[in-house]
Design a protein around this ligand. Structure first.
Ligand SMILES: Nc1ncnc2c1ncn2[C@@H]1O[C@H](COP(=O)(O)OP(=O)(O)OP(=O)(O)O)[C@@H](O)[C@H]1O
Length: 599
């Protein structure tokens, strides 16, 4: 039986822009909430456009004979209000006013917020300071009070009022866009676009706006509901009394509440349907952007349960976990939900063991599933990952289904990790020393923890431990950062150490030193080590056993020596062949000379 089905959440898989656009549209079409809200909005808009044809009277026309006329009176579909006006035509006119109010208010807020947010976030410096100061000032103004105070200026025109409201709501859009732009302006693809000679305008509109447009749509839908409600609220208070509006309809219905309570129902229904549709659409759009909906999540869970059940039935296992295996993985599967609820399995039935005191290499080309497998053991997979295994245990203790607290207790004393990118795994806001002392504080006093960290820094070959202790990550080199992380990983003398390509980000000489250090520490502490790498040379240098992965499967497992001499799988052979033979002397001419030769 599988031990656990992982939790599901938004799928953040990166996909090409066009495919992503269609994925969002498809996800919207499959979501009843999105379809329902769009249909509601479309029907309301259509009714407004057809109002002159489907209503018998102008919304302002009043007939004494039709004061409080009952529903179904000929030519007065919903009857008459307390002033003898056609409720049906007033309802449609109110929808039209609300939609116009939403369009004006949202349009102004979005245009101002997006333009200034893009420019301030991208250009930064003085423009950012001035714009942020102005928008903070606008944000501090009490919007509703300002709209009432400015009535002499707007003269009750709801269009002008909504323009002012749009200005007052623009800081929300500005902040959203600015913060997102600041987050992406240092991305490498933005630098690449600059180097490719794209103008700032083109970068902003093509690359930056593309990323922020989704959240803007969601924010715009919420702003539209605010505009509709504010317009109705002001009309309820009597502002712009000549304009048909949900607010004025509700206000009049209140005066007639006991005589004709039904008159309150129509505008309330209209207001709720309009704002409800906008909010539901925003939620559905957010789900579609995130790539999954509740229904899709349910479908994914069912799909995985089926897959696991079929696998269990088809191949009842007779394999028993090795007695002495410290870390055991049996038939590990990892999948991610697609937006339609089906599962994309990226790791298929991978099995491996790591014994105490041995180094096992997990080798394979990029994308073969090595990191996913390692992260499953560490409990570091994203929460949308769907994980199952016949066994995933450390020292006999199951690793799947642990609570965050149980996982925290396990990491450190039992299981430690050395990441691929040393620099991005150190927090730039804290000194190296404080980051290393913190985990040790659980088991020893601060002074002792500091002493231990200084010893560890010396042990991993840091030349001046006190100085490095007080340095910030940007003040040390990549090689030193990796030594620091190794010191942190072995500080608690873990039983198993998982090292994910620990030398990839380092230059060749430092790589060799780090591998030597790992070998020494493993020997000293008798740890089991799982070394994730794409380099068979590293495996040959360091490992006792190796598991070869390809396309999410373990294609070959065995002793390193055995596999080097007799690789059973073609893929393993090609990986071994790809090790650079240092004895090989180059015989072809360098490209520059070859060019000369051509001339
Ligand atoms: N959050 C995710 N959602 C969907 N698929 C994912 C996710 N994370 C990883 N994958 C997929 O899982 C597969 C295995 O990725 P993994 O990072 O384990 O490969 P790897 O062998 O470690 O490669 P590398 O050496 O480049 O790090 C890839 O195809 C990747 O696209």
């Amino acid at each position: 039986m599988s031990q656990q089905l992982g939790a599901l959440g938004p799928d953040q898989t990166a996909v090409a822009p066009t495919r992503r656009k269609w994925r969002v549209t498809r996800a919207l079409l499959r979501n009843p909430m999105a379809v329902g809200s769009v249909v509601t909005l479309a029907v309301m808009t259509l009714l407004c456009l057809l109002a002159p044809l489907i209503t018998g009277h102008d919304s302002m026309y009043s007939s004494v004979d039709h004061v409080n006329a009952p529903i179904g009176t000929e030519g007065w579909l919903l009857g008459g209000d307390a002033q003898g006006r056609d409720m049906w035509s007033r309802l449609l006119a109110s929808i039209s006013v609300s939609l116009t109010a939403a369009l004006i208010g949202t349009g102004v807020a979005v245009i101002i917020g997006v333009v200034f947010g893009l420019v301030a976030g991208y250009v930064g410096r003085t423009i950012d300071s001035i714009a942020s100061w102005v928008f903070d000032l606008v944000l501090a103004l009490p919007s509703l009070l300002m709209l009432i105070v400015l009535l002499p200026v707007t003269r009750g025109s709801y269009q002008l009022t909504m323009m002012l409201l749009g200005i007052m709501l623009s800081p929300g859009v500005y902040r959203l866009v600015r913060n997102m732009v600041i987050g992406i302006r240092r991305e490498l693809y933005i630098d690449a676009a600059k180097v490719a000679g794209l103008s700032t305008w083109r970068i902003l509109t093509r690359h930056v706006f593309f990323v922020v447009r989704g959240p803007i749509v969601i924010q715009a839908a919420f702003i539209a509901t605010i505009c509709i409600n504010v317009q109705a609220g002001l009309a309820f208070l009597g502002v712009g009394a000549n304009t048909p509006s949900f607010g004025s309809m509700i206000s009049l219905a209140f005066t007639n509440l006991y005589g004709e309570p039904i008159q309150l129902v129509w505008p309330t229904l209209g207001l709720v349907a309009l704002t409800g549709a906008l909010i539901l659409f925003a939620n559905a759009y957010r789900d579609a952007l995130a790539g999954t909906t509740t229904a899709a999540r349910r479908r994914s869970r069912r799909a995985l349960a089926d897959v696991v059940k079929r696998a269990d039935e088809a191949a009842p296992t007779t394999e028993k976990p090795t007695e002495k295996a410290l870390l055991t993985v049996r038939d590990l599967r990892i999948a991610y939900p697609r937006s339609d609820g089906s599962l994309n399995e990226v790791v298929h039935e991978v099995s491996l063991t790591v014994d105490s005191g041995e180094i096992v290499g997990l080798v394979g080309e990029s994308g073969s599933g090595k990191t996913q497998t390692a992260f499953a053991m560490l409990g570091l997979l994203p929460h949308e990952a769907v994980v199952s295994a016949k066994e995933l245990s450390l020292g006999g203790r199951p690793l799947l289904g642990l609570t965050p607290t149980e996982l925290r207790e396990l990491r450190g004393p039992d299981l430690a990790y050395i990441p691929q990118e040393p620099m991005s795994n150190l927090d730039p806001s804290f000194t190296v020393g404080s980051q290393l002392v913190e985990p040790l504080r659980r088991t020893m006093p601060r002074a002792q923890a500091k002493q231990r960290v200084l010893e560890l820094l010396a042990r991993v070959g840091i030349p001046d431990p006190p100085r490095t202790f007080h340095s910030y990550p940007h003040q040390i080199s990549g090689g030193m950062a990796q030594r620091v992380l190794i010191a942190g990983a072995v500080a608690t003398q873990p039983k198993v150490l998982i090292a994910d390509e620990p030398t990839t980000a380092l230059d060749v000489t430092v790589q060799a030193e780090i591998l030597d250090l790992l070998r020494e520490l493993q020997h000293e502490l008798r740890m089991g080590v799982l070394l994730v790498t794409h380099n068979f040379g590293v495996v040959a240098d360091l490992c006792d056993r190796v598991v070869v992965m390809r396309d999410g499967r373990d294609v070959e497992t065995g002793e390193v020596r055995q596999i080097f001499h007799h690789p059973a799988h073609e893929y393993t052979r090609s990986l071994i062949d790809s090790i650079l033979d240092e004895e090989t002397v180059r015989t072809d001419a360098p490209a520059s000379r070859a060019k000369e030769g051509v001339r």
